[in-house]
Design a protein around this ligand. Structure first.
Ligand code: UDP
Length: 233
């Protein structure tokens, strides 16, 4: 069978991605109990081993040896994922009530919260061990954020190392990349801007719709395709 690959996309007008006034971002962060006194490093992900939340905590602790910052791990436990509770338990243990690590257990439909957390972040991390596409990366890049992410699954489609973010392969690599961005805001800003343009061109729903329409067009000109009602095209 012929196969067609169409990458996912994000909706820039959805609650999770729409522009937010700074006052709204600040209000959400205050409500979630995350002080904005230091640069915030964020990973938004289900609590799942494959998202490596423990690795993110370890990387954060390495960064904090030399730079004052906070870590936000925000996510829910998917109802179809029996391991979620177990992972959350291990993450809590690893965080050990560290006042600079904020574990936020988000209920479903926390679009505004995710939007605000991504916007309030100095660096967004996606340290997955395996990944499908990683919509969270597209969401962060669209908000012009510098991203540090593992070179797995669909992430390299979105992050070109040193152009639209930094790709990493280990806890040590992630810590180094986060430090590089926190120490060099101009570089971080440039990566974020490049990332936003990359998402604008490739991962918004406009491109998604164009590819769907083109797919249907190519199906229509294949002789073996017939309409469900049996009539020719
Ligand atoms: N997300 C969410 N709530 C959470 C964690 C994640 O709404 O508690 C969203 C996140 O913003 C993204 C999606 O769920 O839009 C996750 O997609 P991704 O491709 O990054 O990872 P998956 O969970 O599908 O492996």
């Amino acid at each position: 069978m012929r196969q067609v690959l169409i990458a996912p996309s994000i909706d820039p007008l959805s609650g999770k991605n729409r522009q937010l006034p700074i006052e709204e971002v600040n209000a959400v962060l205050q409500r979630l109990g995350v002080p904005q006194d230091r640069p915030i490093i964020t990973q938004v992900s289900r609590f799942d081993f494959l998202k490596d939340p423990m690795g993110v905590i370890d990387a954060f602790r390495r960064v904090r040896r030399s730079i004052k910052c906070r870590l936000v791990l925000a996510g829910g436990t998917a109802s179809d994922d029996p391991e979620g509770e177990k992972v959350l338990g291990l993450v809590k243990e690893r965080a050990a009530n560290d006042p600079e690590i904020h574990l936020l257990l988000l209920p479903p439909n926390s679009d505004l919260e995710i939007n605000a957390l991504q916007r309030a972040s100095a660096v967004v991390v996606q340290k997955s061990l395996k990944e499908g596409f990683a919509l969270t990366v597209a969401e962060a890049l669209w908000k012009g954020k510098p991203v540090v992410a593992s070179a797995v699954g669909g992430i390299p489609l979105q992050v070109r190392h040193g152009y639209s973010g930094l790709l990493v392969h280990s806890v040590e690599g992630a810590a180094l990349a986060i430090k590089q961005l926190l120490n060099n805001p101009a570089y971080a800003k440039q990566l974020g801007e490049n990332g936003r343009e990359h998402v604008r061109n490739n991962f918004l729903l406009i491109r998604h719709m164009r590819e769907y329409l083109l797919l249907f067009l190519t199906l229509g000109i294949q002789e073996e395709v017939v309409r469900f009602d049996g009539k020719p095209f």
